[in-house]
Design a protein around this ligand. Sequence first.
Ligand code: NMX
Ligand code: MLT
Length: 434
Amino acid sequence: RGTLKYKLSKKIKEHRPRTKRLLQEFGDVQVDSVTVSQVLGGMRGIKSLVTDISYLDPEEGIRYRGYTLQEVIDHLPKPKGAEMPFVEGLFYLLLTGDFPNEEEVMQVVEQFNKRRIVPRYVYDVIDSFPTSSHPMAIFSTAILTLNRESEFNREYHAGLKKKDYWEPTYEDALNLLAKLPEIAAYIYNKLYRKGEKIQSNPNLDMGADFANMMGIDKPYDDVSRLHFIIHSDHESGNVSAHTGHLVASSLSDIYLSISAMINGLAGPLHGLANQEVLRWLQGVMEKMDNKLPTEEEMQQFVWDTLNSGQVIPGFGHAVLRKTDPRYMLQREFSKKHLPDDPIFKYADLLYKVVPPILQEHGKAKNPWPNVDAQSGVIQWHYGVTEYDFYTVLFGIGRAIGICANIIWDRALSYPLERPKSVTTDMLEKMVGIK
Ligand code: NMX
Ligand code: MLT
């Protein structure tokens, strides 16, 4: 009673009749139709997934449970003296739709703290990777390794009823989320700091303990909270969220599903774009001998990249048609905390120069910056200059949203996902050219 799990069980009971009624009484009502260009074009825009945890409006950007990111940041409880709220409170909000009070958020912090110990074999697996491996491959494998801990698997094989699937899934989700900061920091220290390890501090919240294990002073705790919160969810159709949902739909456990979503996030058109932005900026800085380019020089760098057939990382979006509010929030944070940072100035110049060029170039439907155009700039400022690591940070945040979604998938008994494919021959016959 009074716990997150108890509250969630009440919310689930209240919600189930809504899904049941839609299916039983309105199952044949048409939601969308599908064109040839959607079939051949990555299913862009087809309304075929459902989630109540977040919604992405092309003009406005993301809302979590109906709230803008600014509202989420303003209304979630914050640790004493912090600018950014408890990440654990965000998990409460995503799961229940309600803002937790101080006591409720502290219960979640306590739950996370109890579950944060990482089994020895996970460190052994991480240690067995060559140091030249990409941190996302190590991160995904470390998560996968934990699959032997799954309470869902144990209970499923002992005959768990379908309506109860969500409960051990909830336990698996908390057990995993609580361990991610330590796994990530351990990977960072192994790859970039010769294995020096800083112990987790169970008296700290998730953001502060991550900063502690990274050995970075304030306000890196707030940087981490902000980063994890804004990256947590972006409705269900993006590659990582969709992968997590798809894999979980075969009743693969949380560990298998989150490991899979991390692999999707690791592509340069998705989460890896944040490292690509820094790589691109570093290239410019080298060519400029670290001097800030003039607007004309920066325009030339952008055109050179486009003319060589590459994309400008951190710009464009499959759904958004305006500047990403996640970009703006990080820009505001940068203006406050690192206004004179040279890389921030480079990134800000890009913000000015790229959109008109992409418009003139005439291909990208959205010329504006996305979340990835700014996140690495902040990391770099606080000393995390190994940009290969940035997508791991995205992955910690994204795991929070996807875990919340998978728990609800189980609660509402969403079935195995299995869309239908056609052949090119069939398409040609449908349009009358064969
Ligand atoms: N630079 C150059 N060309 C672009 C860009 C860009 N930033 N964005 C889109 N285009 C091109 C795109 O490659 C495509 O070209 P083609 O017709 O030759 O295949 C054309 O414009 C139309 O693409 P869109 O319909 O606007 O975009 P789509 O929905 O297919 O893809 C992205 C969305 C995000 C993959 C694309 O904008 C992109 O590649 N951006 C750069 C990479 C990036 O920042 N990704 C991170 C997205 C956010 N995240 O974290 O996941
Ligand atoms: C995300 O956060 O997942 C990205 O912005 C990509 C998307 O929404 O398609």
